[in-house]
Design a protein around this ligand. Structure first.
Ligand SMILES: Nc1ncnc2c1ncn2[C@@H]1O[C@H](COP(=O)(O)OP(=O)(O)OP(=O)(O)O)[C@@H](O)[C@H]1O
Ligand SMILES: [Mg+2]
Ligand SMILES: [Zn+2]
Length: 509
C-alpha cells in the first residue's frame, strides 16, 4: 500500500477519537441524541485543530444508516463513503477557490433537490470567510429559508470576516488550539501504533514547534521520522526543525535580494503563524548575512555547510553593498524590536527598511535599458570598445550581471574574454561568477567562450562605472532635496550616512 501521510491516515472518524474540543463534542452529542438539530453550524479556530474533521463527523452523525446519532456506526455504506470522501449527499466546497457568486448560486440550486441517498444534503463550506459579498448574499437567502433536508456546516479560521447576518443564523462553535501536552500524548499514541521508536524530548520539540496545530504536529512528525530514517531522536528532530527555520530565512534573503516586498512580508506572516521568535530571527538573519558576505570574499568558508548550494546561489545573486546594508539594518531592527508596537510589526518594518534602502540596481532582473541610451565613455579605452554594449544585450541576472556590469574588457581574442574588476569588487573574480557569465555569453553569442577574470586597475569604462559617473551629477541635485526630507533625516541619523548616499535615486519621469 502506498504511504499515506500521518495527518490524513489519523484523521479522527468519530467524536471519541478527537483530541480535545470537549466543549464542542459535548454540545453536539447532546443535540444529536436529543434530535435537536440546527440547520447551520459554524466551526471556527486556527488551522489544524479539527474543523474539517468535525464537519465530516457531523455529516456522518446526520446520515448514518442507523439513524441520526452521536455514534455513527462507521460500517454502513454511508459512513464508509463519507470516510472515503465520496458520499453523494456530502458536498465539500473550498471557498478559497470558489469565491464567485455564480458558483455559489449553482451550488445552492442543487440544494432544492432532495438528497439522493442520505437523510440530509450536507454542505460543508471550508474557509467560508473567503466568499465574496455577493456569494454571501446568495447563501444568506438559503440560510433564511433552508429546505428541510439541508444542513450547512461552515468552517473558518477568520470569523471576523463573516457578515453578522450569516453569523446570526449559525450555531457557532469555537475550537481551541491544541495544548502541547495533548499533542505529545496524541503523537505517543500514533507512534506506538505505527511502531516507531521515539525519544520523549523529540515529541516535546515537535509539539512546541506545532504551536497548537495538530496537523502541523503530524506533518512535522512525518518529516522527523523521515529525517531520522525511521526512528525519532531528539537530535534528529532538533536538526530537522532547525533546517525548517533556516529555510524561512534563506527564502527571506532571496526575497530581499530580488526586491519582492510581498514575498518578504508573506514570510514574516508565516513566521508569525508558526510563532517563531522575531528577536531570534533577526539575530539568525544577521548571522546568515554575515555568512553570505564571507562567502563572497572567501567562498571556501561554505565548504562544510550543509546548505552550501543555496548559500552560494544567494551570495552570487546579491551584491556586497546590499548585504552590508541588510546586516546593519538587521542589527538595528533587533535593537528597536522591544520598542515596536508588536514584534511582528517591528520585524516587517525592518524588512521594509532593507527593501527601501537597497543600493540602486541591486537585484534588478528587468531587461537592460536600450543601448541607445548609454552615455558615451568619458575616456576612450580602445580595448574596451563594445563591451558595455555587449553587456546591455546579455540575458544575465544575479551573479553574472554583477560581474558583467563591474568588469572592463582588457582583451578579447575571438571568443576569449579577459576581464578585469576593481579591487573593491575582488569577490567577482571568484570562479562561480565567471562561470555564470561564460554561460550567458555562450547563450548570447551561440558559440563556446572562455572568460578570465582578474583583479586590477580599471579605466572607468565598465557599465557600473559609466552609470556611476552619469548618476553622480543627477544625484548631487537629488541629494539636495532628499537631505532636507524629515523622514530621510531620521533615517540618516539611524543609519550610516554613506548608506543613504549610495541609494539616492532620481525620480523616474
Ligand atoms: N482535534 C484533533 N484531534 C485529533 N487530530 C486532529 C485534531 N485536529 C486536527 N487533527 C489532525 O489534523 C488533520 C487536519 O485537521 P482538520 O482538517 O480537521 O483541520 P482544520 O481545523 O480543518 O484546519 P484548516 O483550518 O487548516 O483547514 C486531521 O486529519 C487530523 O489528523
Ligand atoms: Mg479544514
Ligand atoms: Zn453508519
Amino acid at each position: 500500500m502506498s504511504y499515506q501521510v500521518l495527518a490524513r491516515k489519523w484523521r479522527p472518524k468519530d467524536f471519541g477519537s478527537l483530541v480535545g474540543q470537549e466543549h464542542v463534542v459535548r454540545a453536539l452529542r447532546h443535540a444529536l441524541d436529543a434530535k435537536r438539530l440546527h440547520h447551520a453550524y459554524l466551526f471556527t479556530g486556527t488551522r489544524g485543530v479539527g474543523k474539517t474533521t468535525l464537519a465530516r463527523i457531523l455529516a456522518k452523525c446526520l446520515n448514518c444508516e442507523t439513524g441520526v446519532t452521536s455514534q455513527p456506526c462507521g460500517k454502513c455504506s454511508t459512513c464508509v463513503e463519507i470516510d472515503a470522501g465520496r458520499f453523494v449527499d456530502l458536498l465539500e466546497v473550498d471557498a478559497a477557490t470558489n469565491t464567485k457568486v455564480d458558483e455559489m448560486r449553482q451550488l445552492l440550486e442543487t440544494a432544492q433537490y432532495a438528497p439522493t441517498k442520505g437523510r440530509y444534503k450536507v454542505y460543508v463550506i471550508d474557509e467560508v470567510h473567503q466568499l465574496s459579498g455577493h456569494a454571501f448574499n446568495a447563501m444568506l437567502k438559503t440560510l433564511e429559508e433552508p429546505p428541510e433536508h439541508m444542513k450547512f456546516v461552515l468552517a473558518t479560521t477568520d470569523p471576523q470576516k463573516i457578515p453578522v447576518t450569516v453569523l446570526s443564523r449559525c450555531l457557532q462553535f469555537n475550537l481551541k488550539q491544541m495544548p502541547p501536552a495533548a499533542i505529545v500524548a496524541h503523537l505517543e499514541h500514533i507512534l506506538r501504533e505505527e511502531q516507531v521508536p521515539a525519544e520523549p524530548e523529540a515529541l516535546a520539540l515537535l509539539a512546541r514547534a506545532a504551536s497548537g496545530s495538530m496537523r502541523d504536529a503530524l506533518s512535522l512528525l512525518d518529516q522527523a521520522i523521515a529525517h531520522g530514517a525511521g526512528r525519532l531522536t531528539a537530535r534528529s528532530a532538533a536538526d530537522m526543525l532547525g533546517a525548517i527555520d533556516r529555510a524561512f530565512l534563506l527564502d527571506l534573503v532571496a526575497a530581499l535580494g530580488s526586491g519582492e516586498a510581498a514575498a518578504a512580508v508573506k514570510i514574516a506572516d508565516d513566521m508569525q503563524a508558526r510563532s517563531l521568535s522575531f528577536d531570534a530571527a533577526l539575530g539568525d538573519l544577521a548571522a546568515l548575512l554575515l555568512k553570505l558576505a564571507l562567502a563572497q570574499t572567501l567562498p571556501a568558508t561554505l565548504a562544510e555547510d550543509p546548505e552550501r548550494a543555496r548559500l552560494a546561489e544567494l551570495a552570487a545573486a546579491i551584491d556586497a553593498e546590499s548585504l552590508q546594508l541588510y546586516y546593519q539594518i538587521a542589527l538595528q531592527g533587533r535593537e528597536d524590536l522591544p520598542l515596536a508596537p508588536d514584534e511582528h510589526g517591528g520585524f516587517v518594518m525592518t524588512l521594509l527598511r532593507m527593501l527601501a534602502f537597497r543600493p540602486e540596481g541591486a537585484g534588478e532582473r528587468s531587461e537592460p535599458p536600450a543601448a541607445a541610451k548609454r552615455p558615451s565613455p568619458k575616456s576612450e579605452a580602445p580595448k574596451a570598445a563594445g563591451w558595455p554594449e555587449l553587456v546591455q544585450q546579455l540575458p544575465v541576472a544575479g551573479a553574472a550581471r554583477e560581474l558583467a556590469r563591474n568588469a572592463e574588457l582588457q582583451r578579447r581574442e575571438g571568443n576569449a574574454f579577459d576581464l578585469v574588476v576593481p579591487k573593491a569588487k575582488a569577490y567577482l573574480a571568484e570562479r562561480g561568477y565567471g562561470e555564470k557569465l561564460k554561460g550567458a555569453l555562450e547563450q548570447h553569442l551561440g558559440a563556446a567562450v572562455t572568460v578570465k577574470v582578474s583583479v586590477g586597475e580599471i579605466a572607468g569604462t565598465s557599465t557600473a562605472a559609466l552609470e556611476a559617473g552619469e548618476r553622480d551629477a543627477r544625484r548631487a541635485a537629488a541629494a539636495q532635496s532628499v537631505q532636507s526630507d524629515g523622514f530621510v533625516k531620521d533615517l540618516v541619523n539611524l543609519f550610516d550616512a554613506k548608506v543613504v548616499d549610495s541609494t539616492i535615486k532620481e525620480e523616474r519621469k
